[in-house]
Design a protein around this ligand. Structure first.
Ligand code: MBD
Ligand code: FE
Length: 288
């Protein structure tokens, strides 16, 4: 009698595969190298980081067992390719706060590890690339881009990327079409845009990698609230990198990445065509 061979299970998303992709993506977009950072500033920043570390070790009397656990964990963050994930979840929100503290226009927030430049260009009213039966509540996201002085910004670019209904990002999880739920929408001559997509699911930090181990060891939760990522730009204006969340959604109040701001929470209502939800949200860009 022949044995029944079970169907091969769908390829599973792994922390190491998504981490490797995020590390590769970061290398290709890295803003600058290290050459143009002033020596004295490196000295100040790294000396203060080390002094803060030494202080923590003294105050808490770190043991050799704990020191070795830290060493092993740091090695594993690199092996799993999770430096982009670790830094963007636990550090980037303060970098963003400092970088954008003087802006008058719309609020930004962190970029995270999963942006890919060069998504398909789409007209002012468009549907993001998605699978034929893409799961999730349909969402019409529309609005207008204008300058701080009130001028509508014709032809503004609205790049949007987000997770699917299972919380996975295309190009960082197996089995998804290359540009799934990623697009670059060109606003009309009044700065208006209308993007048809689906509502993403909350995002769980992979549990099988170094970041997941840290979360488990510290007794934290592993979740970011459902979010839309955006980069909004126009000539002569500062680009905004931001995210938008959904009022009442899980973990809006306790995002592990601390990237939620009150101005970034959407209140979608029923769609005019009866199909899912719709919400208006405008963007105001600071001058360059
Ligand atoms: C995400 O989807 C994200 O947006 C951030 C900031 C970190 C990890 C995963
Ligand atoms: Fe995200």
């Amino acid at each position: 009698m022949t044995e029944t061979i079970p169907d091969r299970p769908a390829e599973q998303a792994t922390a190491a595969a998504s981490g490797a992709a995020a590390t590769e993506q970061f290398r290709s977009k890295q803003r600058t190298g290290t050459a143009d950072v002033d020596t004295r500033r490196v000295d100040t920043l790294v000396s203060e980081l080390l002094a803060a570390t030494h202080d923590i070790i003294r105050r808490h009397k770190l043991t050799y067992a704990e020191y070795d656990a830290l060493k092993a964990w740091l090695i594993r963050v690199g092996e799993d390719g999770e430096w982009p994930l670790f830094l963007d979840v636990w550090v980037e929100h303060v970098v963003e706060e400092v970088a954008n503290e003087n802006r008058e226009g719309s609020k930004g927030t962190i970029e995270g590890p999963y942006y890919i430049p060069g998504a398909p260009r789409l007209p002012a009213e468009a549907t993001l690339p998605m699978r034929e039966n893409e799961a999730g509540t349909p969402l019409l996201f529309h609005g207008q881009v204008s300058s701080v002085d009130g001028t509508p910004l014709a032809g503004a670019l609205i790049e949007m990327w987000h997770a699917d209904d299972d919380g996975y990002y295309s190009q960082f999880a197996p089995g998804l079409p290359e540009w799934n739920l990623r697009g670059a929408v060109v606003a009309d001559d009044q700065g208006n845009f209308a993007i048809h997509t689906i509502e993403p699911a909350p995002y769980q930090i992979p549990t099988d990698g170094a970041c997941g181990s840290l979360i488990e060891a510290a007794g934290w939760h592993a979740w970011r609230p459902a979010h839309l990522h955006l980069k909004v730009s126009a000539p002569g204006h500062q680009l905004i990198t931001t995210q938008l969340y959904f009022r009442g959604g899980r973990h809006v109040e306790d995002d592990i990445a601390q990237a939620v701001k009150p101005e970034l929470i959407l209140d979608p209502g029923p769609a005019a065509d009866g199909n899912g939800h719709q919400v208006r949200h405008d963007f105001i860009l600071d001058k360059a």
